[in-house]
Design a protein around this ligand. Structure first.
Ligand code: ACM
Length: 653
């Protein structure tokens, strides 16, 4: 309780501090970009393959003419530019499809394919009088348009007209194409439901950074989010739980009379609308139906899908404890949340689901989960024992393997490719199974060696649900992942045949993410780091240069009113004990050029307080170390209040 009140106090403290001070020092930023890009006002994320800056600027006129071929797929590229250029600037943006003297922006589909650009690359040329974007395919023109928007002042991100801005873009020649074809973000809409409008908002943010796949985690213990005709209970029962607020995972089990009215689902029309919205922005949506584990919402709807009798025990989870992880993976289930591999009804249920999912989502893959299935209820089940005997299965991994192979057949019978989390490797799957490596890179490496297609989405670099800074500042999750670590992500590890690596992906699980603002906070800026890791040439990656651009993008996101985490500015606390057992506190920062000011007297430090220069030993009676980071005279970090007791506890670990 004490902790909870303390965290509440901290969060109240930090909101105004962040709102006021997140904007950072422009001069320092542009200077460093200048060194690397030789172009002080170019801060594109992800970093393009080649940027050649020339003299001068293009200034957007009040009448803009976009000339583009009248191809249906280009309509959305033109519409995107029209919207983004006209709303903030007030310019009138017209479109013509035939060559017009005096056109402002030309979108050109290469008559002769430029093989270096591939399907998604582009060439963007900005001269004082004209802008040209060339590409082999419409997707390339869209990414060229994204880079063009990033060349204009940050106010271009505004959703309303902005006065008194010179809308200028530096003259430049950019040649650019992605490092890998699969550039994904996973959004878990099952743990908390996010509306159709919120999913669109998420897509709008991801396309800035040239992501092209949105993996929707549509089902889990906490909710079934997609209408399936003929299985109405999935959304009548499975989409709803009891609203709980606090630390997900440790909630009291809901009482029988608490209303189950928290949640929601997408109708099939909603799904079609989202698929089209994404497609118009060159994003494919990959659906995930997570089975055989993580299936409590389905089982609460249709208890006969479980191996374990007891329909009355099954309720869509509301965040209460249902798994014991104390012995590691696989976990011990306290409630059986698995579909029963020994039950033929399960396969006809999945056939119905997959038939409709395959029709709704044109993307070539369906993700069928496969992660974290607990085995303890299967071990006790007579029907599983009978299945093992009949099929000659020796252990529970083989039981899951039997299930996965049958599901794969169903997926393939609908003309789709099967993808699963890396646990499916334990089931000795055929080579045409695609693997998403999440438990680090190693299972992806192993899968590629076994000639499976692989998407790398390792916890090590790409888990956006992990905390971005010290636990005292972030909603508590069991692990941390700082921006600088995310930036180390290389989806194509050494020693692996890169033809098996489709690409990389970051995953936003939402157990602790209750709303879209927090989803954005968790995604950005780490989503920028992953975007650069999957798009930019590895030799062009440079942390300091990247962070300078991130700071520019913070300002752009402020204008766009997209939330992001400022956690990278917060100091890192390390503790030790001196020879005479004194607690010693070391403070450091993730980015260079910050000063840390501190107090032990409970007042709020600013840059007139002591500056941190060496390890601190707290005064005998001090209870709280307060710290804040500055860049020159500008506060940039949040005001952190760290209990000395907490540091003392950490030093004993
Ligand atoms: C996972 O994070 N359980 C795939």
């Amino acid at each position: 309780m004490k902790n909870t009140l303390y965290l509440l106090f901290l969060s109240l403290l930090s909101i105004p501090v962040f709102g006021q001070y997140a904007i950072s020092n422009t001069e320092a930023t542009t200077e460093t970009v200048a060194i690397v890009n030789n172009a002080p006002d170019i801060a594109i994320i992800p970093e393009p393959v080649s940027v050649i800056k020339s003299e001068g600027y293009f200034i957007l006129p009040s009448n803009v003419v976009i000339q583009a071929p009248a191809t249906p797929e280009l309509k959305q590229v033109v519409a995107f530019l029209q919207e983004r250029l006209s709303i903030p600037t007030g310019s009138y943006v017209a479109e013509v499809s035939t060559p017009a003297a005096g056109s402002t922006i030309n979108l050109i589909l290469n008559e002769k394919t430029n093989s270096a650009l591939g399907k998604e690359g582009y060439q963007l040329t900005v001269t004082p009088n004209h802008i040209t974007i060339k590409a082999n395919k419409p997707a390339g023109l869209f990414y060229g348009a994204q880079s063009l928007i990033q060349l204009f002042p940050k106010e271009i991100e505004s959703k309303e007209a902005v006065e008194n801005i010179e809308w200028k873009a530096p003259c430049v020649e950019i040649t650019d194409y992605p490092r890998v074809g699969w550039r994904g973000l996973m959004f878990d809409v099952a743990r908390h439901f996010f509306t159709k409008a919120e999913v669109k908002q998420y897509i709008d943010a991801m396309v800035r950074y040239k992501y092209n796949i949105l993996h929707l985690h549509l089902t889990d213990d906490e909710g079934w989010r997609i209408e399936i005709k003929g299985l109405p209970k999935l959304t009548e029962i499975g989409a709803w739980n009891v609203k709980k607020i606090g630390e997900f995972g440790n909630f009291f089990p809901p009482a029988a009379d608490e209303p189950r009215n928290y949640g929601g689902f997408y109708t099939q029309d909603d799904i079609r609308e989202l698929v089209q919205y994404a497609k118009d922005r060159f994003v494919d949506i990959m659906p995930e139906i997570d089975v055989p584990g993580h299936s409590l919402a389905a089982i609460a709807s249709y208890p006969e899908l479980s191996c374990t009798p007891g329909a009355e025990n099954y309720r869509v989870r509301s965040g209460e404890r249902i798994m014991d992880w104390s012995r590691g993976a696989p976990p011990i289930a306290l409630v059986d949340n698995t579909l029963c591999p020994a039950n033929e009804k399960v396969y006809s249920f999945l056939d119905t689901v997959i038939t409709q999912v395959a029709q709704l989502f044109p993307f070539e893959y369906i993700h069928m989960g496969g992660d974290e299935a607990p085995f303890n209820f299967w071990e006790k089940s007579d029907s599983i024992k009978a299945l093992m005997k009949k099929e000659g299965l020796k252990n529970m991994h083989q039981v899951q393997g039997y299930f996965e192979k049958r599901v794969q057949k169903i997926v393939e019978s609908k003309g789709k490719k099967f993808m699963g989390w890396d646990e499916i490797l334990d089931g000795d799957m055929p080579q045409n199974t695609s693997v998403m490596s999440w438990r680090g890179m190693k299972y992806g490496i192993e899968a590629a060696k076994r000639k499976h297609e692989v998407v790398m989405s390792p916890t090590t670099y790409a888990y956006l649900d992990y905390m971005q800074a010290d636990v005292i500042t972030e909603p508590k999750v069991y692990a941390s992942l700082r921006l600088s670590k995310s930036y180390e992500f290389d989806p194509i590890p050494a020693g692996v045949d890169k033809k098996y690596i489709k690409g990389g992906q970051a995953n936003l699980w939402t157990e602790q993410v209750y709303n879209i603002r927090q989803a954005e906070y968790m995604t950005w800026p780490r989503g920028m780091a992953i975007a650069e890791s999957v798009w930019s040439p590895i030799e062009k990656k440079n942390w300091n240069n990247f962070f300078n651009r991130v700071e520019q993008h913070f300002k752009r996101l402020d204008v766009a009113e997209t939330k992001y985490a400022p956690s990278v500015y917060d100091p890192i606390f390390s503790v030790s004990r001196s020879a005479d057992k004194q607690l010693m506190i070391e403070l450091s920062t993730e980015v260079p050029g910050l000063d840390i000011y501190y107090s032990f007297d409970n007042s709020f430090p600013d840059r007139f307080y002591p500056k941190y220069t060496e390890k601190l030993s707290p005064p005998k009676d001090a209870t709280t170390l307060k710290v804040i980071t500055y860049k020159g005279k500008q506060p940039v970090g949040r005001m952190l209040a760290m209990p000395v007791d907490e540091l003392s506890r950490r030093s004993r670990k």
